[in-house]
Design a protein around this ligand. Structure first.
Ligand code: NAP
Length: 398
């Protein structure tokens, strides 16, 4: 692959032919996890879910175990006394706690790890998989926001293969394969603009939880849905793109594209702009991350060109969506800024969902915690984790 050196992807380019890929799905009960299982269901001759993990939704995990018969199932947010073991199939090795996730993510029998846990909680399992040199289908953007340079360095050292699942980054990854990395001039991340794209600042100030959870084009977990509404999701994606593709911040742009059909664009030196298009359905980028460099038959809907449709693009408004500014600033700063922004945002979203904060408080809280922190330009992982805890406390106090 021409891109590999610069993208820091690993060396796993060999299509495995008839061999079934053994997959560990971290966060199998979530939106990414269930979409991933839908891909695996459709391509059962190619992928087998060896490990499934959930946090608290043990009944959903038990149901998945009955259908997919994984070898191991893990619950990280409940203990054995909280669940009814008899609802799980007897052959499944049921384990508990976050350490079990890191252990299985690095197990020699696992070929591919799907990083589908939400928030910084996804970091440990992703890290363990990368350290063990696995192929990682990577949805948990918070890992790169918290520790981008350390993670990319780890990928280089271990020879792991990091394949983006986030639809924008997956689109960029696909488009980049049309040219040489050194000829890329700009990466343009598309954003649906969320449910409040056309709302005035005054209206946005009184947004309710129900309104914020009603995304116009994507059906996702609650945290990323709120992030999309504040446009913090795009901020996190700017930071993710910066580290994943080794871009300067001035090579990254954001454009509002309400129909979510063009998932992102790459501009090359000659002015050619390449886009990746498909209906908004996460099964495609998940499948591509699982099958790359092969392309398997689509599981979801295909583009319908028999009917007229618009591809509208418009510039974003950072005044109404101040989270966007934070994204560019933090991507520029690097160091400890990503870990602090991410932790503050996770707490702010949770507090908004608990009705403790207004919608517009979310970016305000994040900026305030960022400005209060002592910046370090080259932190260790331990320092980042310590700051993550500090930022959560600050965000709770705010
Ligand atoms: N959803 C999308 O379309 C989409 C698109 C692009 C990127 N992403 C990224 O993918 C990740 C997952 O998003 P999602 O929308 O799938 O989230 P989600 O629906 O909320 O699912 C999260 C999954 O992680 C588990 N989990 C939650 N907290 C955990 C913890 N502290 N420790 C271990 N596991 C935990 C959940 O288990 P329980 O079910 O037991 O709570 C669930 O399986 C996020 O980083 C998001 O930004 C998502």
């Amino acid at each position: 692959m021409l891109l590999q050196g610069r993208l820091s992807l690993g060396s796993d380019t060999v299509v495995e032919g008839a061999r079934v890929q053994q997959v560990a799905i971290l966060g199998s009960t979530g939106s990414i996890g269930t979409s991933c299982l839908s891909v695996i269901r459709a391509h059962a001759s190619r992928f087998s879910p060896l490990v499934l993990t959930a946090h608290r939704r043990w009944r959903e995990l038990a149901a998945q175990c009955h259908e997919f018969q994984p070898r191991v199932a893990i619950l990280t947010g409940v203990s054995p006394v909280d669940i009814d073991r008899s609802l799980f199939p007897p052959g499944v090795d049921l384990r508990f706690g976050p350490d079990a996730v890191s252990e299985v993510a690095a197990h020699p029998d696992v070929d591919t790890v799907v990083s589908g846990i939400v928030g910084a909680a996804g970091l440990h399992g992703t890290w363990a998989a990368l350290e063990a040199g696995k192929r990682v289908a990577f949805a948990n953007k918070e890992t790169l926001v918290v520790a981008g340079p350390l993670v990319m360095n780890l990928v280089q050292r271990s020879g792991a293969t990091l394949l983006p699942v986030d639809s924008e980054h997956n689109a960029i990854f696909q488009a980049m394969q049309a040219g040489r990395r050194e000829d890329v001039r700009r990466v343009i991340l598309t954003a649906s603009g969320g449910p409040f794209r056309d709302w005035s600042t005054e209206r946005i100030d009184s947004v309710t939880i129900e309104q914020a959870l009603a995304h116009p084009t994507w059906d996702m977990g609650p945290k990323i849905t709120i992030d999309s509404a504040t446009m913090m999701n795009k901020a996190l994606e700017i930071i993710e793109a910066r580290w994943l593709f080794d871009l300067r911040v001035d090579e990254i742009e954001v454009v509002i594209h309400p129909s979510s059909i063009v998932h992102s664009l790459v501009e090359f030196a000659d002015g050619s702009v390449l886009a990746q298009m498909s209906p908004p359905d996460m099964r495609l980028p998940i499948q591509y991350a699982l099958s790359w460099p092969e392309r398997l038959e689509a599981v979801g809907p295909r583009m319908d060109f028999t009917r007229a449709f618009d591809l509208r693009f418009e510039p974003p408004d950072p005044e109404r969506f101040p989270a966007l500014k934070l994204g560019f600033e933090v991507a520029e700063q690097g160091g400890t800024a990503g870990a602090v922004l991410n932790a503050a945002n996770e707490v702010a979203v949770e507090r908004f969902l608990q009705k403790e904060l207004r919608f517009t408080d979310i970016p305000r809280l994040c900026r305030s915690v960022l400005e209060a922190h002592t910046f370090e330009s080259e932190p260790t992982l331990d320092e980042l984790l310590r700051l993550d805890r500090w930022a959560r406390q600050e965000a709770l106090r705010w």
